[in-house]
Every structure is written in C-alpha cells, then in structure tokens.
Write a protein that binds this ligand. Structure first.
Ligand code: ADP
Ligand code: MG
Length: 683
C-alpha cells in the first residue's frame, strides 16, 4: 500500500485510487485534476446532515431526513411511467419509498422485506402518507448514512457518492509528511500538521472556516512556497559576479538638459537605483513598475545610454514593432550623435538583417531595438551589458530566468511593466526581482475626465467628437470585446467603422485582429502623423504607444472589461498637453455593483489604487496580468483576505535569506506545490 513516509503517493496518478477508472480519470483531467494532490483542493461546497435518525411520525415534509424502517410490501405496476413502490413502517407510522425508472430486482435487493433498513432523502407527502421518492441513500448499515455528506460542485459524470468515496479514500491514506516549517511558524497555526490540516479542510462542518488554523496553514504553505522559489532564483542571480559598469554622470546630466521636460522625483529615484545596480559587481535583475504614462521609457533609455558609455552593448525589446520603433525614434532624438543604434524588424530585408547581425557581433552597434524575437534568433553580441524589456507582464518566472541566463554573466536585466498590481501580488509575481516603482506622474499631465454613457445616447457622443475633430483632436474608438469569437469582434469593429466613416468621411481608419502587421504599422504611423482623426479598433492596440495628439477615447461595452484594463486603455490618451476625455459606453443601465466599480475609475487615476479596489470587488484572479503571468493560481490563498499571511511569508523568507538557512527540508513542499521545475535547478 502507500508509503506513509513521503509525498510520492500524493503525486501519483488518479488510477491508483480504488474506484477510479479510465473514464473518471478523463473526466477529472478535463478539470485539470491530474493527480491525487490536485483532488485535495476540490472542496465541498456544502453538506447535508443525515446524522440524525427520526421516527416516521416526526418526519418533516420537504426536508432531507434519515429514517430507519422495515419494508413490508412491494408494488410493481408494470405499466409504463408508473413507479415501483415499497411500503415501509416503523413503530410510529408508515412511509412509501417510490422508485422511478427502476428494476424490480434492484428494488427487492436494496429493500428486502422484514429487514431494518436506513433510508435518507427528501420527505414528501402524498394521499395522506409520507413518501420518499428515489431515496438518495439506502443501506442496511445505518452508520454509512448517518453522517454529514459533503456536496461538491460536481464534475459532470461523477456523482456525489463517488466523490465522497474518492476523497475519503485519499484522506484515509494521507502520508505523514516531515514538517517543513519551523516551530515558530507552526506556532502561529496552533501547531497543526499538514495532513491534519487537510483532514480538517474536508470536514463538512469546516466549510467556509477560512479563519481557522488549518485553512491558514495551508494557505500559508502555498504563499510561502511561491516566495521561496522567487527568493532562490533571486539569490542565484545575485551570486553571479559581473564586471561593474562605470557610469559617466556628466554625460547623463547633459542628456537630461536636452529633454523638453524635467524628470519627476520618482523617475530620478528609480534611475538612481538602476545606476547603482549597474555600478555594482552583482548582476542586476530589476523590475521597473509604473503606471501607464509615468515615463518609464526615458528612465530605461538613460540606463541604456549609461551602459553604452561604460563600454557595453544593450538589447532593448518591446512587445511589438511599433513600440520598438517608437523607442528607437525617441532614442535617436536623444543620442544619435553619440552612439550607434539600429532597429531590427521582422520586415527588414534579409540583407539588411544580416548586416545588422554582423555589426552586432563586431560591436559596431551600441543599442539594438526590436521585439522580444531578438532573443529567439541567432543574435550574438560582442559585449552585451544590459537587456531592457518593455511591457513584459506576459513573462512568467521561468521565462525571466531563462532570459537572464541567456544574456550572459555581465548582462544586467531591466524589465518594465505598466500593470499596477497590489503589493501582495507583486511579491508573489515578481519576488525574484528587485523592484523600482514610479508612483507619481509628470506634473504636466491632466487627469483624463471619465464619463459613462448609455449606448442609446450615441448621438451625444457623436456631437461631442464632432467638436473635438473640428479643433484638430484625435479619437480612439474601442469596439466591444466579444470574448466568444474573434470573428464577431472583427465584424462589430467593421460596422462601427462604416457608421463613423459615413459621418466623418475620410477621417476614419480601422485596426483589428485581421489587419496584417505591415498595414497596422502604416495605419498607426498615419494616425501619429495626424493623417486621419478617428481610429476604430478592437483591443489590439498596445497600451505603450504614445499618441500625444489623441485626447478622446471611447470604449464600447465597457462592462466587459476589468477596471485595470479600462484604466490601461484610458491611458492611451492624456499624454499630451490637452484636456482628455474617456467615455465608457454601456448597453444597459448599470447594476449597483457595476456603478461602484465605474466610480472608482472616475474618481481615481492611480492605477495601483484602482487595481487594489478592483481586486476587492472582483477577486484577484481577474486582475490584468495575473492570468497571463504563468504563475499558477493559488488554491486557497488570497492576496486580499490573507494579507497577513503574505507578510508573514515575506518575513520568514527574509529570515531564511539572512541566516542562509538550509532549504532542503522544503523539498517536499516545493514538489507538492509544483514548483519542482524551478527547484530542480536549485536543490
Ligand atoms: P510609460 O511609463 O507608460 O512607458 P512613457 O515613457 O511612454 O510612459 O511616457 C509617456 C509620455 O510622457 C512620453 O511622451 C514621455 O516623453 C513623456 N514624459 C516622460 N517623462 C516626463 C516628465 N517627467 N514630464 C513630462 N513628460 C514626460
Ligand atoms: Mg511604456
């Protein structure tokens, strides 16, 4: 049977369980339940208490009740649609058990005449007699029924009975794992062991007891294992010694003087942190986090510039070519008289590309701009000193680590993200990196005025944009997001384009998922050059692109978006000097909850605050960037309700780091919680 001393049993295949065959396995796998451990997190939603047995005369009609009876007479009518019936009694009265679609043999077997049988189900009353239709539980052994029965949100094709059986089987065979936590930590959870906690978790009376020690301990295990992996990666990267970079601050100051604006305090602070890392002999692995429009680009470009001035090359990557080109153009404006820069594009001719690659190897290019594809290709640098990656929220921990490895030991890494997320989530998602945060926005920036409007009032909106167009402003019109079908997305955008184009001939253009890359770039370029005034699009436009002249954004079907996403879309406008407006359109009147959410957006322009509030209302799973992040969703832990556990985990990790504690005792924790891929590398 099971080896009680380790975790292997928990990671074994579902077919190891009695009563689970190929069919059930397939059904469970569809729900991403691949092994025994996964089943542990399938929690009961509620339970039915069948523990009390009642005499017939005291039965309550309409309730789920349990009663022990003696069958005395069968009636098998043999007429279609008429049910089989068994009349039963106890010393206080009579009850009929009714069976639809049943076989006579089955009924005779489960309710033998003259024997004491316990039955349980919803009590009915018909023609002056109690009756029990298709009883849920029938057994000669009353103890099997007289308990609390868990109810699960069922996987199709698997009955509650089977679920209970499977789970009970696992709980009986739970291995006793060696404790991984310290006494100090365990104390906070009343010293409950992992397997004890799991048993508690499945007790019907514990449903919803999120504050109890067993739940907290298990949630803590999850958070802690995530943090531990982050910490180990971070340690590993920090250990790498590199050639330090000598930064020429005078040159940096000269560039700052050239700028049309003054850097904000936060920009200066984060630039200082990055410079400090560049100067150090430890490899930099840093995240620059800042809301849309907070001015991350200039900070990263200065870091690139400083790196070049200390004799290294830089790879500067953006998620799309358009964005890469915009960064490239900005950099050219600032330092093309001093350093060599190139843009490598999917479109570049083979010959041009070859030339660029050769120049990179020969150290004739100082900064190369391009998409993330730069690293997938066979690009060789002579002396790479820094990788900058813009808008990288689609990268998971594994990908980031790969990237750092690929850059080589002298290569610092700076990632940028405009996804403002609450601190607890930042720790979970980016705990492997050092963090620089830009909180304040350039002072010149005016908040975007945000309104909501019913779709039926579209004429008001048209009136409004007519005046805007007359004064030379540009408009984004974002079409409804239709999750089920890209095709529908596309057609709704086309319809809107046709509609607007009639009203404003030659002033409208359209972008959607089917627009090819080349056209897309031309359209965006023309929009930048103000060749037309309204850009209709689905949500495909990258938030990072700077259109200083666009100051109105209209978002249709706004209730389909999360607040953080709306905030990011809204961030496409309000980058120039002009007053900007965001109009959120709705198909029908807003519910109270929706109003609450939209008000948050209207009242605040602080992406961190918005995401925090959004998370409180919608739960953290929906926050932009989390789903795509590659990190696995927590099973029990929740950054809102378990804030204290996140802080405790952070403290414990710090202790381990400071004491340089042995982490081998966490191996089973990491294996179970599926961080094994990373930890293999470590332990
Ligand atoms: P993001 O952080 O979203 O990447 P960008 O770097 O694209 O923001 O900056 C948005 C716009 O603000 C750009 O046009 C940029 O030149 C400008 N900008 C950056 N810093 C400042 C500043 N300190 N004052 C005024 N404008 C700034
Ligand atoms: Mg940006």
């Amino acid at each position: 049977m099971t080896n009680k001393s380790n975790y292997e049993y928990l990671l074994s295949d579902l077919t190891k369980l009695k009563g689970v065959g190929a069919k059930t396995t397939i059904l469970l796998k569809k729900k991403k339940i691949n092994n025994i451990f996964d089943l542990l997190w399938k929690l009961p939603k509620s339970y039915t208490d069948r523990s009390l047995s009642i005499k017939i005369k005291n039965l309550k009609i309409g309730d789920n009740q349990t009663v022990t009876v003696i069958p005395k007479k069968y009636s098998f009518p043999r007429v279609r649609n008429l049910p089989n019936k068994v009349s039963c009694f106890d010393e206080t009265g009579e009850i009929d058990c009714i069976f639809f679609n049943s076989y006579e043999g089955y009924v005779r077997k489960i309710l033998p005449l003259g024997k004491e049988i316990t039955v349980s189900g919803k009590i009915g009353f018909f023609r002056n007699k109690y009756q029990l239709t298709n009883p849920k539980y029938i057994s000669e052994d009353s103890s099997l029924i007289k308990q609390k029965h868990n109810t699960y949100s069922l996987t199709e094709g698997i009955s509650e009975k089977i679920y209970n059986k499977i789970i009970n089987q696992i709980l009986k065979n739970l291995p006793i794992l060696d404790e991984w936590h310290t006494k100090n930590i365990l104390n906070k959870f009343e010293n409950i062991k992992w397997n004890e906690a799991i048993v508690e978790l499945h007790k019907p009376e514990n449903i919803g007891n999120y504050k109890k020690n067993f739940y907290q301990r298990l949630a803590f295990d999850e958070i802690f294992s995530t943090f531990l992996v982050n910490s180990e990666i971070r340690k590993k990267i920090k250990k790498i010694k590199k050639k330090k970079k000598d930064i020429d601050i005078k040159k940096q100051i000269k560039i700052l003087k050239k700028l049309e604006f003054k850097l904000t305090n936060d920009q200066l602070k984060t630039l200082g942190e990055i410079n400090e890392d560049l100067r150090s002999t430890n490899k930099m692995f840093r995240l620059l986090q800042g809301d849309v429009g907070s001015g991350k680009t200039i900070v990263s470009l200065l870091a690139a510039y400083n790196t070049v001035n200390s004799g290294f090359q830089v790879a500067f990557m953006a998620p799309t070519e358009i964005l890469a080109r915009q960064h490239f153009n900005f950099a050219k404006k600032l330092f093309s008289d001093q350093i060599n820069m190139e843009l490598i594009s999917g479109k570049s001719k083979y010959k041009t590309k070859k030339k660029i690659l050769k120049k990179l190897t020969d150290n004739q290019i100082d900064i190369i701009f391009g998409t993330h594809a730069i690293f997938q290709k066979k690009v060789h640098f002579k002396n790479l000193g820094l990788i900058v990656i813009d808008e990288q929220h689609k990268f998971g921990v594994n990908q980031r680590k790969l990237l750092s490895d690929k850059g080589g030991k002298n290569c610092d890494v700076l990632l940028m993200t405009a996804t403002p997320i609450p601190r607890t989530l930042t720790m979970a998602l980016y705990g492997d990196m050092d963090l620089s945060i830009i909180k304040e926005k350039p002072k010149s920036r005016k908040p975007v005025k945000t309104y909501s409007k019913l779709e039926s009032k579209i004429f008001d909106v048209i009136k409004y944009i007519t005046t805007q167009i007359k004064s030379g402003n540009q408009i984004f019109w974002v079409c409804p997001l239709i999750e089920e079908s890209k095709k529908l997305d596309h057609s709704s955008a086309v319809k809107k384009f046709e509609y607007l184009n009639k009203l404003f001939p030659n002033q409208v253009s359209i972008l959607h998922g089917k627009t090819n890359l080349e056209d897309k770039e031309i359209i965006l370029d023309n929009f930048l050059k103000k060749k037309f005034q309204i850009l209709v699009s689905t949500t495909i436009i990258e938030v990072g692109i700077d259109f200083p002249n666009a100051n109105v954004i209209i978002i249709e079907n706004a209730n389909k978006f999360g607040l953080s996403q709306l905030h990011q879309l809204r961030g496409r406008v309000g980058r120039g000097e002009k007053e900007s407006t965001c109009i959120l359109m709705f198909k029908s009147n807003l519910s109270e909850n929706a109003k609450k959410r939209i008000n948050i957006l209207k009242e605040s322009t602080d992406g961190f605050y918005i995401s925090e509030e959004d998370m409180k209302i919608r739960g953290f799973g929906d926050i932009l960037g989390f789903k795509q992040s590659g990190i696995k969703n927590f099973k029990l832990a929740d950054p809102i309700h378990n804030n204290d556990l996140f802080l405790l985990a952070e403290k414990e990790i710090r202790r381990i780091e400071i004491e340089n504690a042995d982490i081998s005792k966490y191996k089973s924790l990491l294996k179970l919680y599926d961080r094994a891929d990373i930890i293999n590398d470590i332990a």
